[in-house]
Ligand binder design. Structure first.
Ligand SMILES: C[S@@+](CC[C@H](N)C(=O)[O-])C[C@H]1O[C@@H](n2cnc3c(N)ncnc32)[C@H](O)[C@@H]1O
Length: 258
């Protein structure tokens, strides 16, 4: 994967390539997070995963929903708390000429109660550790990246939603960076899910010109031993795992998860 990605530098639709799929995506990066390294790593992992009902939690640009539909998922939903993300996803779905409708809904997934459960859910949650009380760039970007003081808040909220919305035997695919407390995040899934790693990459998701307060917050997490990161050419890097959590069927609960 390219070390540089066009995060905040996207004048026009950018032709992302995932497997054999070319996915042109356009966002207004002041309001909606463009596909990131985490998005691309999840995207590569879900190509070819089929399901009858699939959901992209926090769809943002819509890229993962588009790929789920291209992979043959029959009914695809994308939800986002940010109304500008929903508009952006709708435009990208049109741009990619999807022939079956994708259902988009502006909703806070924490309280969402759709009538039916899903067989496949993907969720690229906000996971940046951000000092409390600080908003990043704009409301939309803050929703997209702010994972709370230790970076785990959004990951756990998305997991809880997936846990509520998945059918027995259904799969939740998500990205987990090593700079957050890994065990704390996985704890939520223990007992009801079997968890395994399906891909991993190195991410340079923490640019040196990020907000000063965030940089010093990250430095303090590094000093406390919480964040597993290193620097290469001035860029902070970390390992990012892509995990799949399979919801155990009734009677299988309590089986160990990896
Ligand atoms: C890291 S971005 C991922 C965007 C896109 N899926 C991608 O991978 O590029 C997280 C997304 O989740 C949305 N989000 C955050 N909290 C949410 C919530 N409680 N309910 C629904 N969407 C939420 C944000 O607005 C943002 O679009």
């Amino acid at each position: 994967m390219d070390a540089h990605y066009p995060l905040f530098d996207q004048p026009d639709a950018y032709p992302y390539v995932v497997g054999s799929h070319r996915v042109p995506i356009r966002v207004d990066p002041t309001d909606v997070l463009p596909p990131s390294e985490a998005t691309l790593a999840i995207a590569e992992a879900i190509v070819g995963m089929r399901a009858r009902r699939a959901l992209d939690i926090g769809t943002g640009s819509g890229m993962l929903a588009i790929l789920m539909q291209r992979s043959g998922c029959e009914e695809v939903w994308g939800v986002d708390i940010n109304p500008r993300a929903i508009k952006c996803a709708a435009a990208n779905i049109r741009r990619n000429g999807m022939n079956a409708p994708t259902h988009l809904k502006c909703v806070d997934v924490r309280g969402w109660l759709p009538g039916e459960r899903f067989d496949l859910i993907v969720g690229n949650a906000p996971f940046m550790p951000v000092p409390s009380g600080m908003q990043i760039i704009s409301e939309g970007i803050n929703w997209a990246v702010n994972g709370g003081e230790d970076g785990t808040v959004g990951l756990i909220e998305f997991e809880c939603a997936a846990s509520r919305l998945l059918a027995d035997g259904g799969r939740y695919v998500f990205a987990l960076p090593h700079f957050v407390d890994y065990e704390k995040v996985l704890q939520t899934l223990r007992g009801s899910f079997a968890v395994r790693k399906i891909a991993g990459t190195v991410m340079s998701y923490w640019p040196p010109d990020w907000e000063d307060a965030c940089n010093s917050h990250m430095e303090s997490l590094v000093r406390s031993g919480t964040a597993q990161v290193w620097r290469e050419d001035g860029i902070v890097k970390s390992v990012l795992d892509i995990l799949v959590a399979t919801r155990l069927r009734k009677g299988d609960e309590g089986s160990p998860s990896a």
